[in-house]
Ligand binder design. Structure first.
Ligand code: BES
Ligand code: MN
Length: 460
């Protein structure tokens, strides 16, 4: 499938690819933190420069937030088009003191490159650019027309990419989309992802008295916002781990028997997993396998909570206010907009007297399912088999990539290839995030093979 000379070209340039990745990873493109806004832009410019070297027509496109990188390289107008999507922004690196080496000083140890963004998503995104560079070096043109869309706000919910997509539907029109922003099922067990969870993320504020009160003088008279918030949060879930918000499960698609069987067959070493996580028990819905629970069932989690006195020693107060961030992972066919409403209605309905509740929506994205029985998916499977030496499994992922739902609905593209080159233990969003250099290399090989596999599948 992949011409031998392209594979050799990729082999020859291994070191240089790592050097380029190192360069890319040095830029602290933390999208959520305005202190890093300039760096975030630099990261976008890094992508533009890389694409220009490949001969792409490309530029930074301004949005209300961080810029989008768009580019295209037309090979032959009669050929089909592949759009490559990725993100150049990264999560904040904290807690800093838990990093063995600093997050933006990439370090190579034991075959891994350690840095924020290594796997999520700079390393995985770069595989496509290096693959195209190798193909172009050998044959002068790509087997397909290629469009590139790399954004800088994925980690904050892609708030401006939806409108950008709407405004540029023609320009972004494509036959197939490739995204590598997830992981293999396990190290050395490659997979194609055909499902992503969606996300509803809200913030709840509880306002009590006008200011912190002496708990001796006023205790017994006023509702305590920290207490009230805790009690409300506790009511969001049932003891068996299910979500208690009325109608929350109305639109949840039950797994079909084939999927249930497949998921049951995916063996997860629970003892190993508990060890990795540092917990002595896993929780969750009864009668559902681990894989099912973490990819195909919705969840609710409190991400953070604040209020009152948490400093050294003791302080006797009734705090004036408290707050929490709550997120829910959604599965097909739940909709973020609907779930947001259900959440708000329920929380308002259980609020006791004596406090004021304020709820704001942070971000939302809809879950995704991709039809597995289509030629582009089979082409992707062959490309992965070539690059990783193993035929991929088919899995759903628990994470979210907010724009993918809009690729289906607005751009009308049903051929979406979600192929994670990383590994679940890469530590995305955690301290000491890393990417295996072997996976980086195999990702480049698979990405290169994908161009040819897709070309063959379109010809057929
Ligand atoms: N790469 C992840 C999404 C992902 C995680 C896919 C695990 C497959 C497996 C992505 O960068 C991410 O973290 N997305 C956020 C989106 C959110 C901020 C709207 C997520 O899932 O939390
Ligand atoms: Mn990502």
């Amino acid at each position: 499938m992949l011409p031998q000379r392209v594979a050799e070209e990729i082999e020859t340039n291994r070191q240089r690819y790592v050097a380029e990745l190192t360069d890319f990873l040095r830029i602290p493109s933390v999208s959520t933190d305005s202190e890093y806004a300039e760096n975030t832009r630099q990261s976008a410019e890094w992508v533009v420069n890389k694409l220009k070297k490949l001969g792409f027509q490309t530029e930074l496109r301004e949005t209300a937030g961080h810029p989008v990188v768009c580019g295209h390289l037309v090979s032959d107008a009669s050929l089909p088009t592949l759009l490559i999507y990725g993100h150049y922004d990264v999560q904040p690196p904290d807690p800093l003191d838990e990093w063995v080496t600093p997050p933006f000083s990439p370090d190579i140890r034991d075959g891994y490159i350690y840095a924020r963004g290594a796997t999520d998503n700079k390393g995985q995104c770069l595989t496509y650019f290096e693959a195209m560079e190798a193909i172009l070096a050998v044959s002068g043109k790509l087997p397909l027309n290629v469009k590139v869309l790399v954004e800088g706000e994925e980690e904050i919910g892609s708030p401006n990419l939806g409108p950008f997509l709407q405004a540029n539907l023609d320009e972004l029109k494509t036959d197939v989309i490739a995204i590598s922003d997830g992981s293999q099922f396990a190290p050395d067990i490659p997979a194609i992802t055909y499902g992503l969870r969606g996300l509803s993320y809200l913030e709840v504020g509880v306002q009590g008295p006008r200011f912190d009160l002496h708990s001796g003088s006023f205790g017994g008279l006023v509702a305590n916002p920290v207490q009230v918030l805790s009690e409300m949060l506790a009511q969001l879930k049932n003891e068996d781990g299910t979500v208690a918000i009325p109608n929350f499960y109305d639109d949840v698609l039950e797994l079909d028997p084939r999927e249930r069987q497949e998921m049951a067959a995916l063996s997860v070493d629970e003892v190993e997993l508990r060890k990795y996580l540092g917990v002595d028990e896993l929780v969750g819905e009864p009668d559902r396998s681990i894989v099912e629970r973490k990819t195909a069932r919705p969840t609710l989690d409190v991400n953070g909570i604040w209020g009152g006195f948490a400093g050294e020693g003791a302080k006797t107060i009734i705090p004036a206010r408290a707050g929490a961030k709550v997120s829910m992972r959604l599965v097909p066919y739940q909709r973020a907009a609907t779930i947001n409403e259900l959440f708000k209605n329920f929380v308002y309905s259980i609020a006791p007297p004596g406090v004021e509740i304020q709820i704001s929506e942070m971000h939302g994205s809809d879950p995704v399912l991709v039809e597995r029985d289509q030629p582009a998916i089979q082409a992707a499977a062959r490309a992965i088999e070539f690059g990783f030496g193993k035929y991929p499994l088919f899995i759903r992922e628990g994470g979210s990539i907010p724009i993918v739902g809009l690729f289906q609905e607005e751009l009308g593209c049903k051929s979406i290839l979600l192929m994670g080159w990383g590994s679940p233990d890469d530590g995305a969003h955690s301290p000491n995030e890393r990417f295996s250099l072997e996976d980086f290399h195999r990702g480049i090989l698979s990405a290169a093979a994908l161009f040819y596999a897709l070309e063959e599948s379109f010809e057929a």
